[in-house]
Structure formats: C-alpha cells, structure tokens
Design a protein around this ligand. Structure first.
Ligand code: NAD
Ligand code: UFG
Length: 337
C-alpha cells in the first residue's frame, strides 16, 4: 500500500514512516519543514535502505497537494501535520487555528476529489480536558475544560472528521488519541528535536542530564498523587509508531465496524514526574539535578489511558519498558550533544 504522511518529517511521522516501510508499505512524505529538517528524510532512508518520495510543501497549498494525489496512487493518509506547542498556541491562536484546521480541510477536500477514503488522524489526550475519572476510555467526555487553542484544534478536527464521515459514506476514519509520546529510535538516528528551550519534560530532562540546562524544574509536588508530582501516561515512540501500522491495516483490510473509530494510545500506567526522574537515573546511571518549583498553569494533576480497545481491536500493545525508552532518549541526546 502507498501511504501519504503529512508532517512525516516530524517526530511521530518519521518513526511511523520507518515502521510502515519495515512492514512492507510504501510511503510518500509531505512536509513544509516548519518544525523539522530534510536531514530527517535522509535518516529514514538510511535506516530503511529505501528512497522516499518527499514533497516539501504546506498541506494548505491546494495546488501542491493536488499534484501529489494526481501523481501518486495514494491508498491512505496519515495526517500528522500541524503545530503542537501548547504555550505557543496561547500566544498565537490564529496561526494555530489556521494551520491545524485549514490543513485538515484542504486535505479532506483533496482526498474526496481523488477518491482516497482512508485517513488516520493524530489526535491527543488533550481532548479529554481535565478527567472526571481515570483511566480515560474513548467514551470519556471530550471538549470540556480544554485550556488552550492547540487542544481546541484537535477537538475541532475530530468534529470535522465526524461530520465528513456522516456526509461521505465512503470515508473511513481512525482517530488516534496519543497520551505522552517519548523516547527515540533505538538507532539514535532520529528522535524529538525541540525548538528552542524544551517545553516538554523528557527533552528538558535529557538536556539537563547532558549539561545544556542547569537543572530541571519540577512543576509542583503538592498534587493529590502518591509523591505529590503530576502523573502522565508516557508512551514509547516506536510503540506509538507501530500502532499506526495497525490502524492503517485495519482501514485497508476494511475491518473497521464504524465509519469513524477512536483509539487511545497509551500504556495504561500512570507515572509521576519524580518517578520518571528516578527511573531515568537508574536506567542511565546519570544524575539529573532538579528543583521543585510551583505548578505550571493549565497542568492537569493526573491522566492515563485505558488502552484496552487498541489492545483488543488493533491487536496492539505498548511493550517497551520505560527504562529502555529513557535509555533511547538518552542515547539520542548524546548523539546530538
Ligand atoms: P512535529 O512538529 O515533530 O511534526 C509535525 C510535522 O508537521 C513537522 O515536521 C512540521 O514541519 C510539519 N508541518 C506543520 N504544519 C504543516 C503544514 N501546514 N504542512 C506541511 N507540514 C506541516 O510534531 P509531532 O510530535 O511529530 O506531532 C505529530 C502530530 O501528532 C501533530 O498533529 C501533533 O499535534 C500530534 N500530537 C503530538 C503529541 C506529542 O506529544 N508529540 C501528542 C499528541 C498529539
Ligand atoms: N514537567 C515538569 N518540568 C518541565 C516540563 C514538564 O515538571 O520542565 C511536568 C509537567 O508538569 C507534567 C509532565 O512533566 O506533569 C509532562 O509535561 P509535558 O509538558 O511533557 O507534557 P504534558 O502532559 O503537559 O502535555 C502533553 C503534550 C501536549 C498535550 C498534552 C495532553 O505535550 O501536546 O500532553 O495530551 F496537549
């Protein structure tokens, strides 16, 4: 099968490209490189020993997208492209709504025109807002208490996909709600590349461990959790990438029982910030200087997934131990210096 990956040069897209190719698929990548580089494409080619058709263009560019669908026999699309920084989205809401919503609309219109009817969408646990109860299942309420424009775009795109699937009976949608993707490819050739000072925990932690940052700020130890620090469901990036292969397989083999299916992608296990620092130190033997500071505005106390549906329906489970994921993140940091 030939799969178009929008945003395929990014963190999750690049790891997914490798898993798809290693499962026998062909991929075409479209990315405007607004948050990635062409070097990533070369690294994917190195790892997979293939040549990847790469189009450097903005998904909102109708003519460029049109050309891709006209020239390539695309069977399915995975839509990763979009802006993803929560804090930046508060400062630049219009850019976030424009990029994330318009790219999705232009993509869906062009797919329909070319009778490409299978799409996997990168959504986020952020659509659940502040959980009423844990673990989160796909039936947990969404759209309430989303604290930032980035999260709103994910919720809105899910709505758009639902409406599009009602209107077009041919359309088949798989919405993947990622929890906290972390780690890097075991080759240490690709991984997460933060833009400036990292906003997310793992890149900040590994940059502190290597000495780029003086100390990690732990945002609060006064939450109602066993050690007081917030809890998340950290999912290994290669495990996450493998789930996309299964989601595509289900669409291509026409196994989906609904026009739109939703899957939580997480481990099902909540880990606190302090527990994560300890696990990193034990796994790598490297100390991470940290200081407890005040809570970060907008942070949720605790969140983790019930991944049972993905386990059962996709035949997928997160299997990489956290210590191995953290060792891979560390190897990637060391490779970058
Ligand atoms: P990323 O920034 O590394 O990758 C996104 C890629 O899309 C980048 O390569 C960027 O250059 C490209 N891009 C952005 N706008 C584009 C456009 N209009 N046209 C073409 N290319 C464009 O981010 P990621 O972590 O790989 O995330 C991928 C997707 O998963 C995003 O939609 C993100 O919102 C979602 N997601 C990520 C996380 C996470 O923690 N990383 C969690 C939940 C959901
Ligand atoms: N944290 C720190 N210090 C840091 C960075 C983070 O203590 O320097 C803590 C946070 O308080 C939080 C945990 O580490 O408890 C994880 O924080 P991240 O910023 O790595 O991740 P979040 O859970 O806040 O956000 C992630 C994605 C968002 C997405 C959200 C909900 O980055 O895109 O999950 O799905 F919206």
């Amino acid at each position: 099968m030939k799969i178009l990956l929008t945003g395929g040069a990014g963190y999750i897209g690049s790891h997914t490209a490798i898993e798809l190719i290693q499962s026998g698929h062909n991929v075409v990548i479209m990315d405007d490189l607004s948050n990635s580089s062409a070097e990533v494409i070369r690294r994917i080619e190195d790892i997979t020993k293939t040549t990847i058709p790469f189009v450097k263009a903005d998904v909102r560019d109708k003519a460029a997208l049109e050309e891709v669908f006209a020239n390539q026999q695309i069977d399915a699309v995975i839509h990763f492209a979009g802006f993803k920084a929560v804090g930046e989205s508060v400062a630049k809401p219009l850019e976030y709504y424009d990029n994330n919503l318009v790219s999705s609309l232009v993509l869906l219109e062009t797919m329909q025109k070319h009778h490409v009817n299978k799409i996997v969408f990168s959504s986020s646990a952020t659509v659940y807002g502040n959980p009423e109860s844990l673990p989160l299942t796909e039936e947990s309420p969404t759209g309430q208490g989303i604290t930032n424009p980035y999260g709103q775009t994910k919720f809105m795109i899910e709505q758009i996909l639902q409406d599009a699937a009602v209107a077009n009976p041919e359309l088949e949608v798989s919405i993947l709600r990622y929890f906290n993707p972390i780690g890097a490819h075991p080759t240490a050739l690709i991984g997460e590349v933060p833009n400036g000072a990292p906003a997310n925990l793992i890149p900040y932690l590994t940059q502190t461990a290597i000495g780029i940052r003086e100390q990690l700020a732990v945002f609060g130890d006064d939450y109602n959790t066993p050690d007081g620090s917030p809890i998340r469901d950290y999912i290994d990036i290669v495990d996450l990438a493998r789930a996309h292969v299964e989601a595509v397989r289900r669409l291509v083999e026409r196994q989906a029982t609904e026009p739109l299916e939703v899957f939580n992608l997480g481990t099902g296990r909540g880990v606190s910030v302090l527990e994560l620092i300890r696990t990193f130190e034990e796994a790598t033997g490297v100390r991470v200087p940290y200081q407890i500071v005040g809570r970060r505005e907008g942070d949720i106390e605790q969140v983790w997934a019930d991944p049972a549906r993905a386990n059962r329906v996709l035949g997928w489970t997160a299997r990489t131990p956290l210590s191995e994921t953290l060792r891979n993140a560390w190897k990637w940091q060391q490779r970058q210096g």
